[in-house]
Design a protein around this ligand. Structure first.
Ligand SMILES: [Zn+2]
Length: 288
């Protein structure tokens, strides 16, 4: 995607069809899904036709501005112990770095890594296993982490151990490559954070602007296009469900029928599109 003088590309690690809709959105009933199954089975498929599971992209956005090469969210990663997620546990996929290379970007040439939040499917390639140790994958990058996000992850880790803190976040901090920032941090006049809390306390979306064109990378303030039509549907990992719902409604209100390109982190490919108003809610018009 071209946005003024910015180029945005998706770097897909995997297409995940492992989550049952009723458990992913625990407040929903089979009846709630009846009116959505038809459109969600059409292209781009947001439901997998055989299993009926949600189709979620696990991907990063590669953002190249005139000044910087930026990688936003880094997927699940390889060799990471994730005992609670069998399909991500000790994953070994030969997709992420090769696709980054195919886009013309070596790990050494990434200037910034930014994480919308510090969940395991957004921090994985922050590090890789080398000689038995977790080391930053992007040797020359500064990693932009929200300070509030880091503090809340540490607090959570004290009561419930968070393996991704140990293998994907802490090694970056220990290497001195992390920059802990406030929730209104701006990298420059083309890239800045936009607080979208609820999924996690310090969750941010990332706003991009160039020559009058604008885009926003959602992160996990919305997970599936069905939430445009059903903004009140709560995703099971939302830390503060009510705040997540309010944030999502505000986000959809703000960007509906606007020129702003929405880069929806977990939406099925092509993942880019625009939010439009429809009836009492919204819909997502995918860009072709
Ligand atoms: Zn996620």
């Amino acid at each position: 995607m071209i946005l003024g003088q910015i180029v945005i590309e998706r770097i897909v690690e995997s297409i995940c069809a492992e989550f049952d809709p009723l458990s992913f959105f625990p407040g929903t009933t089979p009846d709630d899904w009846v009116r959505h199954r038809g459109w969600m089975l059409q292209q781009p498929q947001a439901l997998e036709p055989v299993s009926g599971n949600l189709v979620l992209s696990i991907q990063a956005f590669l953002v190249r501005t005139r000044r910087h090469t930026i990688l936003i969210d880094t997927c699940v990663g390889n060799h990471k112990p994730r005992p609670l997620r069998p399909f991500w546990n000790l994953q070994r996929l030969n997709t992420f770095l090769p696709r980054l290379a195919a886009a013309g970007v070596s790990p050494e040439s990434v200037d910034y890594v930014m994480c919308t939040h510090l969940h395991g499917d957004h921090v994985g390639w922050n590090t890789q296993l080398r000689d038995g140790r977790w080391v930053p994958t992007f040797a020359n990058a500064r990693y932009i982490f929200g300070r509030q996000e880091w503090e809340s992850l540490q607090a959570l880790h004290r009561t419930v151990p968070q393996p991704h803190l140990v293998d994907s976040v802490l090694p970056v901090i220990e290497a001195g490559q992390a920059q802990l920032v406030s929730n209104d941090f701006a990298l420059d006049d083309e890239v800045w954070l936009e607080l979208t809390p609820g999924h996690t306390p310090g969750h941010v979306s990332i706003h991009l602007a160039s020559q009058g064109a604008e885009a926003v990378i959602t992160g996990d303030c919305i997970h599936s296009p069905v939430q445009c039509l059903e903004p009140a549907w709560i995703m099971r990992a939302d830390a503060d469900p009510e705040l997540a719902k309010t944030t999502r409604l505000n986000f959809l209100e703000r960007y509906s029928d606007s020129k702003v390109l929405v880069c929806a982190s977990h939406f099925p490919q092509p993942s880019f599109g625009r939010v439009v108003r429809r009836d009492q809610a919204f819909a997502f018009n995918f860009s072709v």
